[in-house]
Ligand binder design. Structure first.
Ligand code: CUA
Length: 179
């Protein structure tokens, strides 16, 4: 018998389990347990997955809140598509929209100040990944994902999408400035 030919004994499920099979089953169970343990362990020690809050919202509500922030605190525009660069006051709620295929707007934050960063999607699932810091968070339509951030390094940071979201996924890049 091989993986290509059918088993010679048709009623194969009454046969005793081979020891090599038992070994693989045991290995899979142990590996499964290790991976299950790694999820909470890595959350605490890996510093990649932020502890966030999540609230119900709608794409329309989230867009309105983001637009209100953009209308109030835009300091300049960038890129050929005139993306607003928004500098909200330190300590305030800042919003970033994920949509096919943008992160909008560009944020400019102050080093050492805390902000409540809100993320939501207007269409379907995206993944917020702040580079090169490698902070990651799921962004899901209908949910306002909130995380308190305190930038501790100045510079220009990229936000890339790490959840495959279609033909423009690889071009879904946003920006956060820390000054
Ligand atoms: Cu958005 Cu991939």
């Amino acid at each position: 018998m091989s993986s290509l030919s059918p088993p010679s004994k048709r009623i194969w499920w009454n046969e005793p389990v081979e020891s090599v099979e038992l070994f693989w089953i045991a290995l899979c169970v142990i590996w499964g347990l290790i991976m299950t343990f790694m999820m909470p362990y890595w959350h605490v020690t890996g510093k990649q997955n932020m502890s966030n809050e999540a609230y119900r919202t709608t794409p329309q509500m989230f867009q309105e809140k983001t637009q209100a922030m953009v209308d109030k605190y835009t300091i300049r525009t960038e890129t050929e598509r005139n993306f607003p660069v928004v500098k909200p006051p330190a300590g305030s709620d800042v919003y970033m929209i994920a949509r096919l295929w943008d992160w909008w707007p560009i944020l400019e934050l102050e080093n050492g100040k805390s902000y409540r960063l809100h993320l939501s999607s207007l269409d379907w699932q995206h993944g917020f990944s702040l580079q090169p810091e490698n902070l990651n968070m799921q962004v899901i339509p209908g949910y306002d994902m909130v995380v308190t951030v305190t930038p501790n390094k100045t510079g220009e940071f990229s936000v890339i999408c790490n959840e495959y979201c279609g033909i423009g996924h690889h071009k879904m890049v946003g920006k956060i400035y820390v000054r």
